[in-house]
Design a protein around this ligand. Structure first.
Ligand code: HEC
Ligand code: HEC
Length: 271
């Protein structure tokens, strides 16, 4: 009995290694002209961790016929197409099983896949190395003036930061003006890399930010923390205003009712 289980495990290991090496073969023959895994963009995007950004089903359809996915109006596919200057990726005559083997090859060879907590140098935050350009890039990303490479939503749609020259942002989540003091670089890095909050998982779960984007956002938030003090949140001040208005309306109503009573009495007396 133990022998059978043992053999079964060996068989499983063997088939998964087999799949991966098949994936490697196909990848190096058919994909390396345009894609790398972790070495940057060529004609097509860097495919590192693409298995985390997109579903398996999506990747299979896209690889078999990218243009039909794009023409179907799939917003992710359209965004990737536009971000790559509308270069058409040629259809790949591959079976779903072959594409799955490529995906497992990519997953196994993406940076961080074996050790998600390992920091590559880019990710180590050092306040003294921040440049004005980093802060500016971070600000544009935060504000949505520059789109995230993988298409996640702009932070400003949910978060506010009080910073010079900045409009009030979203009210859905906490004000991030002093997030840096509160959470430190490592804390914020962790939250935007692996969001623990459902609202952020919806936005970034499949659309992870790149190391460079995270670095720029950290520079921006560090600077915002230095410059701005969190003011009364806009929601709170709006609430105060609302309470004030309701109170005044009530007073007006009471005066009106009182006056109306008197008018009624007076007109009755006349008859
Ligand atoms: C001639 C160049 C070329 C070849 C060869 C090529 N691709 Fe692409 N690929 C692209 C381009 C360009 C894009 C960007 C999308 C677009 O412009 O349609 C892309 C996009 C993708 C995407 C979507 C990436 C994302 O971020 O969503 C995946 C997945 C992909 N390719 C996988 C593959 C695989 C797997 C192979 C090999 C079987 C392959 N590609 C071969 C050019 C190529
Ligand atoms: C769809 C809405 C949404 C978007 C977009 C969003 N977040 Fe969040 N974020 C939340 C929610 C909800 C929380 C959880 C609790 C809260 O702060 O209200 C949160 C929490 C956080 C926290 C922890 C705050 C704290 O003090 O505990 C940080 C840091 C953060 N987000 C950073 C970002 C950054 C940076 C971006 C842009 C890359 C971003 N978020 C985009 C909704 C969003």
């Amino acid at each position: 009995m133990y022998k059978e289980i043992f053999l079964f495990i060996i068989l499983l290991l063997y088939t998964s290694l087999q799949a991966q090496s098949e994936g490697e073969k196909i990848f190096s023959k058919r994909c390396t002209a345009c894609h790398t895994i972790g070495s940057g963009k060529l004609i097509g995007p860097d495919l590192a961790n693409v298995n985390k950004r997109r579903s398996e089903e999506w990747i299979i359809k896209f690889v078999q016929s990218s243009q039909s996915v794009i023409k179907s109006g799939d917003s992710t596919a359209v965004a990737v197409f536009e971000a790559n200057n509308k270069v058409v990726m040629p259809d790949q005559d591959l079976t779903p099983a072959q594409i799955k083997s490529i995906i497992s090859y990519i997953a196994a060879n993406s940076p961080d896949a074996n050790n998600p907590n390992a920091k590559v140098p880019l990710q180590i935050f050092n306040a003294s190395l921040i440049t004005q350009a980093d802060i500016e890039r971070g600000k544009k990303l935060f504000m949505g003036e520059v789109r995230f490479a993988n298409g996640g939503p702009a932070c400003i749609s949910c978060h506010n930061v009080n910073n010079v020259g900045m409009f009030n942002g979203g009210l859905l989540a906490k004000d991030l003006t002093n997030a840096f003091t509160r959470l430190s670089a490592a804390g914020i890095d962790g939250i935007i890399r692996n969001p623990p909050f459902p609202a952020m998982i919806d936005g970034f779960g499949q659309k992870s930010l790149t190391d460079q984007e995270i670095k720029d956002l950290l520079a921006f938030l560090y600077n915002a923390d230095l410059q701005g003090t969190a003011q009364l949140s806009p929601l709170q001040s709006q609430l105060d205003l609302l309470i004030g208005v309701v109170l005044i309306l009530n007073i007006v109503l009471v005066i009106f009712l009182f006056a109306w009573q008197r008018v009624k009495k007076y007109s009755v007396n006349l008859n």
